[in-house]
Design a protein around this ligand. Sequence first.
Ligand code: FEO
Length: 169
Amino acid sequence: MDAKVSALLNEQINKEFYSAYLYLDMANYYDAKGLDGFANWFEIQAREEQDHAMLMYQYLHNNDQTVTLEAIAKPDKVYAELIDPLKAAYEHEQFVTASIHTIYAAAKAADDFRAMQFLDWFVKEQGEEEKNASDLITKMELFGSDARGLYMLNQELAGRVYSAPSLVL
Ligand code: FEO
């Protein structure tokens, strides 16, 4: 396997676990505000990020690569408004998309077709992640300033259920 692609995927494992930590911190924030549905949404998001990390971990192992686990940074964002975590989550997903694209470009440059095929799932997944994050901001802007609207939105987000990733290695 190409050394650069391997190193980038190894770094991405850390970014995915950091994403999980960041979203768990957002769940923590909403839970403290009494918004259990928002907290549920982000708890599930955090689980998905752990899945992403484990898929990369497994992929590297399947390709005889050594994985190095680095320290996961502390989520240190402070949120002033209820909508702020949603905006931060959207920005973070855009950052992750750029990161996945960088790995894809490295795989393409190295003619690492297997890695490209593996990463195809993540390219698509990032499209969904960005859309979900953006949709949440839109809903919050539309309904969040009204107590009844916020209650309904919280109820909607409480209904999110975890499902394992569709990608199986
Ligand atoms: Fe692992 Fe939210 O992208």
